[in-house]
Design a protein around this ligand. Sequence first.
Ligand code: 5AD
Length: 354
Amino acid sequence: MMRVSSYRDTLEQLARSESVPQSHLAALIAMPTREVLEYAAGLAREVAEQHFGHKVYLRGLLEVSNVCAAGCYYCGLRAENRALGRYTLTTEEILESCEEGYGLGLRSFVLQGGQRADYREPIAKVAREFKSRLSDAALTLSLGEQSGECYEEWRKAGADRYLLRHESANEWHYGRLHPESMSYQNRLGCLKRLSELGYQCGAGFMVGTPEQTALHLAEELEFLAQLRPQMVGIGPFIPHSSTPFGQMPQGSVEQTLLMISLVRLVLPKALIPSTTALATASGNGTQQGVLAGANVVMPNVTPKRYRAGYEIYNGKKSFGTEAVEGLEHLAELLGRVGYEASLERGDHPDFVVK
Ligand code: 5AD
């Protein structure tokens, strides 16, 4: 008779890059018990420590505009949400916010915003100016799907990294989360193009989106093992009342933590943020994420008057330890669980920076 493999065997196999049947992973993911969560987190922390010690890299997150042409069913910024007041920061507001964060010691910034077709020139200008003013800081963009030419122009203008979550590794499930005008194939094409252009790339997915199964989450691991992005963003799905998914239940914090740990085992050197969504869903989510194997936190540096406008899900945290004004407190919270908030650029260990 075949031995039923224990959760420890399964997790250790994953950590050794051995192939693990998806059904075994799905069984763990479906019902993450305390033992499984703790064992996976312990292994994940060990792996992270080998490459990063106890450092957690800080990135200043700037939400440059909530104008979006896309219609993702889960997101409050979707074009069809007419109840949302829209804003766009000026070039000078963007640069000043980054300079303010730089003054506090931050050396890595993420400009995130809705997907818009008229952003090519404005962002190229911001990137050039950013690099001339803050030449030793890393610039990450997260502005959705764009043309290859646009990505190329932004890269030449100085952008170092790009975050574009794939949202679901399963093509059918991707289709359940997005309108017909969007496609899984185009998404993957964008990620491929970004990587060819020399960006450090971030992929990622939500946990607990409608119709997502444990098997889908197990598929994420195989997908990521093949794609090998430098960064992976993972957070629980949180409903937004003005979207088609407004009445759907929130994703599980435990399942999110387990996925962070499993992704850490699959991609030991990845930069994995402990996300705002996790912090919104759980009071001490930031620390829990780090203890599960995450090694990045992204405090909000958006001017305060705009923050409420970037409501991708209801109740999104954007003040206190989620923001730049709470930097000291964030460092203290990380310190209490044995981690050190790092102000370094925090590139992927395999990336040679010019
Ligand atoms: N709940 C959680 N995460 C969300 N995102 C968008 N909408 C939601 C939501 N309702 C995530 C998506 C997107 C990232 C910027 O935020 O994964 O890529």
